[in-house]
Structure formats: C-alpha cells, structure tokens
Ligand binder design. Sequence first.
Ligand code: KMH
Ligand code: ZN
Length: 279
Amino acid sequence: MTTTTLITVAPTGAESAKADVPALPVTLDELVLTAKECAALGASVIHVHIRDEQARPTLDLGRLRETVTALRESTDLIVQLSSGGAVTDPEADRLRVLDAAPDMASCTMGTVNFGDDVFLNRWEFIVDLHTRMQERGIVPEYEIFDLGHLAALERLLGKHGLPAGGHVHVDFVMGVPGGMPGTTAALVACANEVRNLPEGTTFSATGIGRTAIPVLLASLSAGGHLRVGMEDTVTYAKGRPVESNMQLVARAVGFAQLAQRPPMTPLDARELLGLPTSR
Ligand code: KMH
Ligand code: ZN
C-alpha cells in the first residue's frame, strides 16, 4: 500500500451558484488564492472549473489559458482542467479545453444520470478525448461515476492504448444522484475492478454531499487517494456550510495523517501520475 496520499482539491465545480454558496471561488483571484491556501495545506492537484463575469460556468478558451498560467505562476500544483464542464456544454467546447494545455484533464468514462439532468459521454467522444490527450501529452484522470465506467476504461485502454505518461489514474465520483452510491461497499467493488486495469493503476475517490466522509475513510483504508472540495461538498457537517476549500483540505489532510499516509508533495504526485517532473 502506498505510504502517502495524493490530495486533489476541486474548489468550484459547475453546479453551485455563487448566490447560494458565497464562499465558492469563482473569480481568477479567488481561485488563485484558494489554490495557494490548499497547496500550503497539502493538496498536490487542482481540478478546475471556471466561471464567467456573472459567475456562470464557462469553457471560454481565453479564460482557461489565463487560469492555467496564473495557477502555474502562483503554485506548484498539478493543474487538471475539467473536460466535463457543465451538463449543458457541447462536446466541441469540452474538447477545446485541451487547447489550454493543462498538465491533466478529466475524462469521464460514460454517460450518467446527474440529478435531474444527464451528463452525456458518448463512446466516440471518450475515444476522441483520450486520443487527443495522448497526442498532446496531457495526462487524463478518468472519472468513474458507476462501476460500468471501469469496464469502459478497460475497453478504451485495450483498443487505444495507455495514456500519456503510461500511468493510469482514476477517480471514483460517488454519491451523485443517478450514479453509484457513496458507500464503502461500492468503493470496494470499484477497487476490486481496478485490478483488471494495468498494473499500478491508482485511484482517488470523492463522495458528493453527505457521502464525503464515508468515501474518504473507505478510500484511505482501501489504499486510495482523496479528492475533496466545494465542487463536491458545500456542507461541512449537519447545519454547517463549508467556509472554504481550505477547511475541506485540512480535514482530508488530518484523516490522511491519522491513517499514517501523509499528503504527497506535488513532485511525488508528478512522478506517480507519469507527468514530467519539471514544467
Ligand atoms: N460538472 C459535471 C457535469 C468533470 O469535471 O470532468 C461534470 C464533472 C466532471 O464535474
Ligand atoms: Zn469536475
């Protein structure tokens, strides 16, 4: 079992409105400040969704480029852009995210009901994302919302080869209404399925809403890594809104230390994920 923990912060997402969640970082300045704070606590990867002037989700390429540059200038975090965007984003815009040349991008491994919406990820689209990332040296994080998405990943790698860098890393996104539940049993089922993927495949996990803590504990005990942040959780405890992403990262770091698997440095995370060790 790995002796350290890769901690990813997902600070913003595309689902919460700033009006409902005032602590959500939506401007570039807010995002950079959050990134610095979370890096200081022990995060090594940042999963990024951006917002426009009105704080609405956007995949505007100019803003994405500016965001990648600003995060690189101010932190040594691994910058992972979301190619998932919002459920309303067209495929062409989601593919264009790669033009912002991040270190990593997400790649969701199948369609899933997403609350009252559908998060559409057609097979051809997944293949397109995967192969474009291979060509450009962008390392994917394969997002797994359901057990079948792992079977789809096995098929993808079998037909189209390993990702850039040669290492496979997946993230279990658990507890989305319409996806797999955020339970220990579901996490163990996924961890078992990971054994069918290339040797050395690593996983992180995040639990949406109230599944955050059970998923975090289950992932640590199963040898997995952690993703936390206000994209996934806006309530810290019953009746207590999250005050900042720092609060969630600090909690994850605390649990990781209790598990005697302290946070991984960004440099170690780069080595683990198959990224170049310098930019
Ligand atoms: N916002 C969700 C529809 C990703 O970032 O790749 C998709 C999502 C996954 O958050
Ligand atoms: Zn996301």
